[in-house]
Design a protein around this ligand. Structure first.
Ligand SMILES: [Zn+2]
Length: 126
């Protein structure tokens, strides 16, 4: 992705606190925002419809998603503490970016953003 990436502080806080609440299950949140030629801004989160929370996976049926062009990607947690996408994560990549937060979900150091190839993306918190 060649755009500058911005994530609002409130979004970071939501992802971290929701992961803490659901631990040791995985949490999953849709990332909403806006995109233009130069930048991608994530400014809201939303619970996916019909999400299921497992100890080792989080899933939701993609067919249940409304057609919503403000959904930029998905955030989920890794109770194992691994701050990198699994092969399954990359297979199920949805949208433009993937956010992973790893246990203990304390700060943005426990959070990373990845592209479809699984490479970490630089982002700024605003
Ligand atoms: Zn994962």
């Amino acid at each position: 992705m060649d755009k500058e990436l911005f994530v609002e502080q409130a979004v970071v806080d939501s992802i971290l606190s929701y992961a803490q609440i659901l631990h040791p299950r995985e949490s999953i949140l849709l990332l909403k925002g806006k995109v233009d030629k130069h930048k991608l801004v994530i400014n809201d989160t939303q619970l996916p419809p019909f999400a299921t929370h497992g100890r080792t996976f989080s899933a939701f049926p993609l067919s249940s998603l409304p057609i919503d062009f403000s959904v930029m990607g998905v955030a989920h947690s890794h109770p194992s503490g691994a701050l990198r996408p699994s092969a399954t994560d990359l297979n199920k990549f949805y949208g433009r970016i993937m956010v992973i937060t790893a246990y203990p979900y304390q700060s943005e150091r426990n959070l990373a953003v990845f592209n479809r190839q699984g490479s970490p993306l630089k982002y700024k918190i605003i």
